[in-house]
Design a protein around this ligand. Sequence first.
Ligand code: PGA
Length: 248
Amino acid sequence: MTRLDVLPAATWADWVAADLAARLRAEPDLRLCLPTGDTPSPVYERLAAADGVAGDGALFGRATIVLLDEYLGLAPDDPARCDARLRRELLDRLDPPPAAFHAIDVDGLDPAEAARRHDAVAARGLDLTLLGLGMNGHVGLNEPGARPDDPTRVVDVAASSREVAVERYGAGRAPTGGITLGIARLLESREIWLLVTGERKAGILRRVLEAREGSAATADSTALPPAAFLLGHPNLRIVADEDAAHAG
Ligand code: PGA
């Protein structure tokens, strides 16, 4: 079942952060898959503040964090690296830190082996997976052309996503590829929250929601935005702000 929550842009991040914090209090051993990007950043900002400043403390102390995806070809300290960004925006600001953080070992391993090992971590189970929605409909680095049964793997990063890495995320160079949890693994997560904000995401969100009207079953699946494959998940929440849900 898909649930669509539409929230005012001004309070969207507060709401998502509060909901995630409530979940962590109820289920402290949560195994969480987390994305990076401009969409989840304000949520992480609020969670870090709630953990440290508001004295909630130990919110993530028993949680396990599994990184959603990672670029290839970027230096370990590149600001756009997904592991570095998640550490900077959330993990390094938590006290105590999460019980475990599983980054994708793109520095030490051959990429195919790094993908295989990361997949094995995710295969132990994900309780809750947060995802952003790419302008081209990607989730993680499952770019257009992806299929619902795609495994965790080494991928080509779409030209538009390489541009985002450099121009919006500040990468020192364009990534040469990526590693992403595959759609098949994401669909195994007990619950998924697809986070969508801003007017610029309105068109792609509409395309994803239109796929719900049944075309997903009949159309050439590789023509669908990859996020549309999530609609088959039994416990999907799309959490959009009003700008993404109503613009256009
Ligand atoms: P954004 O990217 O959150 O930076 O807009 C989302 C994505 O491309 O997955």
